[in-house]
Design a protein around this ligand. Sequence first.
Ligand SMILES: [Zn+2]
Length: 160
Amino acid sequence: MDLDFAQRSAAPVIAPVRPRKLAKVPFVELADGRLQGVVSSGSDIERVYVSSIGAGSHGLSCSTNNNRPCGGLRGSYPCKHLQALLDEAVLQYGADRVARYLRIEVEEGKSLLQGLHSHHEPSPAATVFSSFLRHLAYLELPVTTDPIPELHWFPGTGAR
Ligand SMILES: [Zn+2]
């Protein structure tokens, strides 16, 4: 049996994040008293950031899926991942709903970002990330076009 072939052909199937690399913000939700989600790294397609903004507190959190703190989040100014997360939330939920949920008072002519009274407040990235993985599994299953490796052992009708 050609085990090497079997391992190579299985490789795309065990990397479910890869087909969605074009999505800048593949996951966003208003849940657990936070706007939270997953944001692709701009420079490394293998890395994602887990970002959240606390409702009311406006506490900011951003770290990689491996729980390493985001280098762009220093002090109280939102890093580019948090900005992308907020932009995506506005697209999906509408600015009014996001502002109400986070309790942001938006002044005339200002953005939601400018209405944040933000500060750095680390939150458990693992919780958000496991929620993302459940969401991803749910999204990916019906639309997968990856070959199913088990079927490689059964030749097609034309093959002899
Ligand atoms: Zn960040």
